[in-house]
Design a protein around this ligand. Structure first.
Ligand SMILES: [Fe+2]
Length: 255
């Protein structure tokens, strides 16, 4: 706070002050990425997966919890396909002598099929029974609160993936974010939003969420090697330093 006020009086914007970060060790754990080869729109080969994991290790990450898409009308991955893929990546990690810990869950697209998964208790979770869900980028999910309520009643803690990327909320209905927070939904913003990778709206929304203490997790949402340079470029962002040094950030509780 003092630093922010100091910069206010000096005329320099908070976001323009230099970040002192040199790596991601303060984050420690990434819980959103697409690093199991060939099962979604993420990495295509084990070679790519290992190259990324090696880079992540060099950048200070100690654990990666990857999260392939589960979409009924798209990437219809099952718990079995994901865990099988996870085990293959773990074998490759060993063969390549990497030290990074690796696990897999899913990024569930919130649609009608979630009901069946809740009934069967067939959702991959991490940490304190967290489940990662995403919404459409284009249209509001009508029964979002019903679906979230069902998940919570079943004992799951919901993490909403990249809330800053839903324009129908940040452009017209920011109050919806407060409603979700009031209903105990955890928010995970993408690192790349902080450098404007998804546009100005997503960047300013991510910053606003950090300022308003709405962010619980950060994730890379990395899909391929091209994204690595962008991830690295996030280190210069003052807002990244702000969120990584915030007591509320829960990434490290996943170690
Ligand atoms: Fe993702």
């Amino acid at each position: 706070m003092f630093n922010q006020l100091k910069h206010l009086f000096s005329g320099q914007k908070f976001e323009d002050t230099p970040s002192s970060l040199t790596d991601f060790s303060l984050m420690g754990v990434d819980m959103h990425s697409h690093l199991i080869p060939g099962i979604d729109d993420g990495v295509k080969s084990m070679q790519d997966s290992i190259a990324i994991l090696r880079k992540f290790q060099d950048l200070g990450f100690r654990k990666i919890i990857t999260s392939p898409h589960v979409v009924s009308d798209g990437y219809n991955n099952s718990t079995e396909t994901i865990l099988k893929g996870r085990d293959k990546v773990r074998e490759a990690i060993k063969e390549n002598n990497l030290q990074i810990e690796f696990d897999a869950v899913a990024e569930y697209y919130l649609d009608y099929s979630i009901n069946e998964k809740i009934e069967k208790k067939d959702l991959l979770t991490f940490g304190k029974n967290y489940v990662l869900v995403e919404l459409s980028y284009l249209t509001k999910t009508n029964n979002i609160h019903d679906l979230m309520y069902k998940l919570q009643i079943a004992g799951y803690r919901i993490i909403l993936a990249h809330p800053e990327r839903y324009p129908y909320y940040y452009e017209k209905d920011f109050a919806q974010y407060h409603t979700l927070k009031d209903r105990n939904v955890y928010f995970q913003i993408n690192l790349m939003s902080l450098v404007g990778k998804y546009g100005k709206g997503a960047k300013s929304t991510a910053e606003k969420m950090i300022d308003e203490n709405m962010v619980n997790f950060v994730g890379t949402d990395l899909h391929n090697e091209n994204g690595l340079e962008v991830i690295k470029s996030c280190l210069k962002e003052k807002y990244l330093e702000k969120i990584l040094t915030c007591d509320r950030l829960l990434n490290k509780t996943l170690l």
